[in-house]
Design a protein around this ligand. Structure first.
Ligand code: COA
Length: 255
């Protein structure tokens, strides 16, 4: 149980709020477990028509909690797909109802790759989206090694992964990562409006539409393959150096 993920079901929209603003909504193991449960509920509960992800405070999410990376990396071998993050990824792959995201501020790592599983994305014009897996000596996850180049093309996706620099919300819109860009203070209302409109559509029709547009099995197979690269990197000396550098607020030295 965690207070850092809140859910609210109103008029068919299950709003899932990342609520750890003092840590820029960095996601802990307990939060992944709560996200997995909410996402499974979205699929299984007939009262849910749409799931809407948003963040409390000034950021959508700073991605995986780096202290957790240090703890898991230091713990040695273990089946990565047993970890709560994989329960969340599996639930995302299996989700057959519309997902919407409202993105303000930072969206880092899984904060960005989660958007690739959302069917409609509303970003703040000044949001900053990044996937600095290589900066942390990690590897892409959440099927982003396929989905990001699919949306952006190889070169843009490679730059996002390898240089780790953020793109802003306007660029995300121009590059096809988002459906709408708006001033930050309008993002939640705009995303709620999008979610409400999706919730009013014929539920079976919209589910079948989504299922036809995605290959859930292929996504899950890729997520597991990525998990092997990610897991072995996470336990590597170069990743430990990157995590320690972050926690010590210094630049990493990869020698
Ligand atoms: N894991 C754990 N703690 C995190 C975190 C993360 N991913 N991201 C931010 N935090 C913490 C910071 O350590 C800081 O904690 P403190 O107040 O106890 O020192 C707090 O959240 C605020 O972050 P701060 O870095 O001061 O805010 P900022 O506005 O200067 O920068 C970010 C925001 C998101 C750009 C920056 O925090 C960052 O780069 N975070 C790491 C992102 C990342 O690499 N995630 C993993 C992707 S795979």
């Amino acid at each position: 149980m965690t207070d850092h993920v809140r859910t609210d079901l109103t008029d068919g929209v299950l709003t899932v709020t990342l609520a750890r603003p003092e840590k820029k909504n960095a996601i802990t193991q307990a939060m992944y477990a709560a996200l997995a449960e909410a996402t499974r509920r979205a699929r299984d509960d007939a009262a849910v028509r749409v799931i809407l992800f948003r963040g409390e405070g000034d950021s959508f999410s700073a991605g995986n909690d780096i202290a957790d990376f240090i703890a898991i990396g230091g713990a040695g071998e273990g089946q990565l797909t047993d970890a709560p993050v994989f329960h969340f990824l599996k639930a995302l792959a299996d989700l057959d109802k519309p997902a919407v995201a409202a993105v303000r501020g930072r969206a880092v790592g899984i904060g960005l790759t989660l958007l690739l599983h959302c069917d409609m994305v509303v970003v703040a014009e000044d949001a900053l989206l990044s996937a600095p897996f290589v900066n942390l000596a990690l590897a892409p996850e959440a099927a982003s090694s396929m989905l990001l180049p699919h949306v952006l093309g190889h070169q843009r996706a490679f730059e996002i992964f390898a240089l780790g620099e953020p793109i802003d919300g306007r660029t995300a819109l121009a590059w096809g990562l988002a459906n709408r860009a708006a001033p930050a203070d309008q993002v939640d209302a705009l995303a709620a409006d999008v979610a409400a409109r999706l919730a009013s559509r014929a539920p079976n029709s919209i589910r079948k539409t989504k299922v036809l547009m995605r290959d859930a099995e292929r996504l899950w197979t890729l997520m597991q393959a990525e998990g092997e690269a990610f897991g072995s990197q996470m336990r590597s000396p170069e990743a430990m150096e990157a995590f320690m550098a972050f926690s010590q607020k210094r630049a990493p030295n990869f020698g």
